[in-house]
Design a protein around this ligand. Structure first.
Ligand code: CTP
Ligand code: MG
Length: 225
């Protein structure tokens, strides 16, 4: 099958509280986005990689990316808008499947990606990497209103892989209906489409806050050993 990738990289990283977006933080001599794209370029059988980049972005053009498989697409207001823009651009390549992977997750492993792709192609259904919730989960604000049973709870990771046209249609209809979409799977769920949960490594973290960055630096150094 023909496979495309979308890497949403058009966020501002407000929770990192830096002057520049977190996808341009340096880890071991390369930006976070370059680490992520290196991982994506090593996935076999990928035809095109669309990277959603904000039009105001002053950094992307200077990256050391020289693959003709990578195209830049305009970012949108929300992550889901960035992803839908990229999907619309990829229509001309007519992919069968698309994997969407956050620029801010440079730690994903080849073996988790293979696992996800094998399972989705084998079943003919989309799916996401996810990690079982490990902590005891509380609901509430100042005081706990109770403990949420965690046996059915998963943390959604990326990549998330779906049949290309099904995802494009699902995102379009969810956005038209003003549904809050924080990942591709939520758009598919809202459209009553199946989403397989494929157990992935919990160290496939999204760099979101300064604590995550420190952890990501350590984990990359371990991966490079
Ligand atoms: N993203 C995007 N377009 C947006 C918002 C986010 O492409 N309008 C991307 C980010 O660049 C990131 C991924 O989606 O790679 C996950 O989003 P998140 O972790 O929320 O990143 P930011 O939105 O940049 O961070 P914050 O929410 O803290 O501002
Ligand atoms: Mg965000």
């Amino acid at each position: 099958p023909k496979i495309a990738i979308v890497v949403p990289a058009a966020g501002v990283g407000s929770r990192m509280q830096l002057s520049h977006p977190k996808q341009y933080l340096d880890i071991a001599g390369k930006t976070v986005l370059e680490h992520t794209l290196d991982k994506m370029l090593h996935i076999p059988a990928v035809s095109m990689i669309a990277v959603a980049v904000s039009e105001q972005d002053a950094y992307f053009a200077d990256l050391n990316i020289n693959s003709r498989r990578i195209i830049r697409t305009p970012g949108g207001q929300e992550r889901s808008d960035s992803v839908l823009n990229a999907l619309n651009r990829l229509v001309e390549y007519a992919p069968d499947w698309v994997l969407v992977h956050d620029a801010a997750r440079p730690l994903v492993t080849a073996s988790d990606i293979t696992q996800l792709m094998t399972q989705c192609i084998h079943k003919g259904q989309g799916g996401i990497l996810a990690a079982k919730v490990k902590d005891t989960i509380k609901r509430g604000n100042e005081y706990s209103l109770g403990t949420v049973p965690r046996d059915e709870l998963w943390q959604a990771l990326t990549p998330q892989m779906f049949p290309f046209e099904a995802l494009r249609a699902a995102l379009k209809s969810a956005l038209l209906n003003n549904v809050k979409i924080t990942d591709e799977a939520s758009a598919m769920e809202w459209n009553n489409e199946p989403v397989q949960l494929i157990a992935g490594r919990s160290d496939n973290i999204k760099i979101t806050t300064p604590e995550d960055y420190a952890l990501a630096c350590f984990l990359i150094s371990q991966q490079q050993k």
